[in-house]
Design a protein around this ligand. Structure first.
Ligand code: AHM
Ligand code: MG
Length: 353
């Protein structure tokens, strides 16, 4: 098998599309470079406390920062000056991030969660970066909120990086899902998982079982169904939950399964769960679909939701299509009260001015 670097893979994929300009490929390459810089720091995270002040600075000569701040800045700095983007948005920023006026702008939009699950770093559990790319839709030179608040259905590309026992970057530009593993010796991402498909037979379900008390009746029954207790007596799925979305999603993508973070009625007016539509759910939903899976908020496809707020949260059921559709079935049947509370929120229109 030839050694295929991420750069070669992007170029070869691009050659199959005669109209491709290469801009888009370059953007994926920029993300790969940011990923390498972040990986270097995450692997040293445990040393921060013992190396002392002398080592206590990062590549820019600044004081050591929290890793999520570092990851955020690294992705921004790798992408602000390229002339390929018109605007960015990050889970770490309340508002959209304009391209600095001294740089040219382009026709793409980058959204990212720089270091998801960062509370896991202190205990040496894998964390991840999630990113997605939209095309500019607004008229002027600079990108606006309208460019960012697009449904996942319109994504041009999405991916994630997992900083685990090895560092992997997994992406899709709409022609399947491809995974690359970082060879730290040579500093290159090499193709290790070509054209990933969700296995037809699932092995795992992933949910924070500690929240069961708050779950709606439909979700409780659904989880019992996954456990083989409720319904037609299916073989139970194993339970695996890391609490780091990229890692949980990645495992289920390769082994088959479903990840569940539902909405609930615990807090009045907040029926939407924890995860964020723009920075977490959309990108992973795009990848799931490209790999033959499916993502839903319990009512329908995540990719069809018109976003109304940069930081809006959304319930997430993602993985093997049959398992996710089963969740929708249980919710339709048993969770009318929750649906009534969530539906208006789901259908809210964006305020773009
Ligand atoms: P974060 O964006 O603040 O890092 O939170 C997102 C993380 C996900 O990685 C993970 O799936 C989820 O929170 C776990 O939440 P919980 O601890 O409630 O199970
Ligand atoms: Mg996050």
């Amino acid at each position: 098998m030839p050694l295929v670097t991420i750069e070669r893979h992007i170029l070869e994929t691009q050659r199959r599309y005669p109209g491709a300009t290469g801009i888009f490929s370059a953007m994926l390459y920029d993300m790969a470079l940011a990923a390498k810089l972040i990986a270097r720091e995450t692997t040293r995270a445990g040393l921060a406390g013992i190396l002392g002040a002398a080592e206590d600075h990062n590549v820019y000569g600044e004081q050591q920062q929290k890793l999520d701040v570092y990851a955020n800045q690294t992705i921004f700095r790798m992408n602000d000056h390229t002339g390929r983007l018109c605007v960015m948005a990050s889970e770490e920023h309340e508002d959209i991030i304009p391209i600095p006026p001294r740089f040219d702008t382009g026709k793409y939009v980058l959204l990212f969660d720089p270091l998801d699950g960062s509370s896991n770093i202190d205990v040496n559990v894998s964390v991840g970066t999630i990113f997605s790319i939209h095309r500019k839709v607004s008229k002027g030179e600079h990108g606006t909120l309208e460019d960012v608040l697009q449904p996942g259905r319109r994504l041009a590309a999405a991916g994630y990086v997992i900083y685990g026992s090895s560092t992997m970057m997994v992406y899709s530009a709409g022609q399947g899902v491809h995974g690359f593993t970082l060879d730290p010796g040579v500093g290159e991402f090499l193709l290790s998982h070509d054209n990933i498909r969700v296995p037809a037979t699932a092995m795992y379900y992933s949910a924070n079982q500690g929240n069961e008390k708050y779950w709606t009746p439909g979700v409780r029954r659904y989880i019992k169904w996954l456990q083989g207790i409720e319904g037609e007596g299916r073989k139970p799925l194993g339970h695996r939950y890391i609490g780091s979305l990229v890692s949980d999603f990645h495992r289920n993508l390769l082994r088959g399964g479903v990840f569940v973070y539902p909405g609930d009625l615990q807090k009045p007016g907040e029926p939407y769960g924890k995860l964020r539509l723009m920075f977490e759910a959309q990108a992973l939903a795009f990848l799931a679909e490209q790999a033959g899976g499916y993502a839903s908020d319990g009512l329908g496809d995540i990719l069809d939701i018109q976003p109304h707020n940069l930081h809006q949260r959304v319930p997430l059921f993602i993985g093997n299509r049959d398992l996710v559709e089963k969740a929708e079935e249980y919710i339709r049947k048993y969770d009318q009260e929750w649906v009534a509370a969530y539906q208006p929120f789901r259908n809210q229109q964006p305020a773009l001015t």
